[in-house]
Design a protein around this ligand. Sequence first.
Ligand code: C5P
Length: 398
Amino acid sequence: MLSGKRVLLMIGGGIAAYKSLELIRRLRDRGAAVTPVLTRAGAEFVTPLSVSALAGERVHQDLFDLTTEAEIGHIQLSRSADLIVVAPATADFIAKAAQGRADDLASTLLVATDTPVLLAPAMNVRMWTHPATQRNLTQLQADGLRLVGPNDGSMACGEFGPGRMAEPAEILAAIEAALAVGPLQGRHVLVTSGPTHEPIDPVRYIANRSSGAQGTAIAAALRDLGARVSFVSGPATVPPPEGVTVIRVETAQQMAAAVQAALPADAAVFAAAVADWRIANAAGQKMKKDGSGRAPALEFAENPDILATVSRMKAGRPRLVVGFAAETETVVEHATAKRARKGCDWILANDVSPATGVMGGSENAVVLITQAGAEAWPRMGKDAVARRLAARIAAEIG
Ligand code: C5P
């Protein structure tokens, strides 16, 4: 429930603005109070009347509204909220926010407060993937703003791809996570998850059987304790959790770059099954049989070890770095040696030999290796492992 919480909802100018009406209804159903702000462009898509009727409060539109200014100044307006939600957040709004410009009510409110902000971007796919938009988002995330969505899908403009605003239910989940007053409130945690794909040629790749289930569960558990989570995921089979910032990658090299871009973080959990090797002589075109009967020789190059690199950072190292060790024999010995070799603080080790059914399954039996030694946890669901790990992380850095 969100009773006692006040959300300042800024509705930007995009066709997805109609979904914000549904969001207002859901927020109020959950007991939250909603202060609506409609931008000039937003008012082209939804009417002030429908917004204020659903919110049960007057809608704020103008920076220089003397009546409002006398009753409740715009500074007060933003500071009295527990969370500011911008939905839809257009490319233009994101650009203005990244620069700290304050030329209308909504942008001024953002600059006038340190209330946490959640953005639900919505725009055409080309606008979303444009380097300028991505640059602005990187800046805003570095400033501590949270993101929910956008999703992939067909768009009102007829194109297909990322840029669709998250659904009201997803935005609500992100709002609840942002407002959860958990022990990790105000902390940023980075989680890697899933396998990596290493291309052989444009249509073939080397992969592994990681489903991403454990990393996804860990990201959700950290979110539930109030952390802001950056989730760097390879091509996993389970969908990423809601209410976290998802950064999708394919290769180990892309994952390494995405991790560096997402830092600094208070803690980092490296749950991804990163390919140790990539194909050094990957073909630019699809490889074909040449009739000679000779098989192509693949050459391998070592991938960057992301965990070891972050663990050994001289400046800006997360306070707590957690690695995983998937072993098939003498788990504790191997994992203890790995902890020393990688330079991380903790290793969560598990036996992934086929008989255990861990790889791709719903349960896990892990041993936590810390400086103090090895601690075997009973076999439990991956969600329970995640919650227990998140609680330990909270105890360490919360
Ligand atoms: O060396 P190994 O792959 O067994 O180590 C597993 C741990 O190291 C996991 O936490 C995994 O996410 C991390 N790792 C990494 N980058 C690599 C290889 C492994 O971050 N290139």
